[in-house]
Design a protein around this ligand. Structure first.
Ligand SMILES: [Cu+2]
Length: 201
């Protein structure tokens, strides 16, 4: 008799526990659904704020960057800096008839004593910026890679930039169109553009 009573108590306990768990899950799902909706609403509001008629202050951080293609004449040369299990490259030789634009923006380094060689390309990151006419634009140029640069922001400023320096300029984008920024030491590829969107009539 006692056994039967205990069993029915156990069943009741299991059923109650299950109901509580289900209720809590439903509440949590409801909350996360609600917060997802809120996040979506906030994002939608943020998207609406991109309006060509609104002039604001905009700030950008522009890094000097070079991309390096490192490889080796000799297949199977151990690569100390590669992540584990990265397959070794097959033998790669510098192209015999590669035509690299002059201007300092590209550099090919001949194979060294262990056969390693490199192809380098300079760039700005970012190299495309969009602002609205009338925006107050602040650009921070950051000397990260490359020892020395000479940068011109068209119609605004020309300055030297060494590795480890940050040079800041500010201006108002009065006219719609394109403002180019270039590095005279690394042409033709170390260039960027600021697109100034016109105010709606
Ligand atoms: Cu440069």
């Amino acid at each position: 008799m006692n056994n039967q009573k205990n069993k029915s108590e156990q069943k009741w306990l299991i059923a109650t526990t299950l109901m509580v768990v289900l209720s809590v899950t439903a509440v949590i799902s409801g909350i996360s659904g609600e917060s997802l909706q809120k996040t979506f609403a906030e994002n939608t509001t943020a998207l609406k704020m991109v309006n060509p008629n609104q002039s604001t202050s905009k700030e950008f951080w522009i890094n000097t960057v070079h991309l390096d293609g490192n490889t080796n004449l000799n297949p199977g040369v151990k690569c100390d800096t590669c992540p584990q299990n990265t397959p070794l490259h097959p033998a790669e030789h510098p192209p015999a008839n590669s035509t690299i634009p002059v201007g300092g923006g590209f550099r090919i380094t001949k194979p060294n004593k262990v056969g390693a060689w490199d192809f380098r390309s300079f760039t700005f990151s970012p190299d495309q910026i969009v602002v609205n006419q009338g925006d107050k634009v602040t650009l921070h140029f950051i000397g990260v890679q490359g020892a020395h640069h000479v940068v011109t922001v068209q119609g605004v400023d020309t300055f030297e930039l060494m590795r480890g320096q940050i040079h800041t300029i500010s201006f108002v984008a009065n006219n719609p169109g394109t403002i180019t920024y270039i590095c005279h030491v690394h042409l033709p590829n170390m260039v960027g553009q600021i697109l100034v969107l016109p105010k709606a009539a």
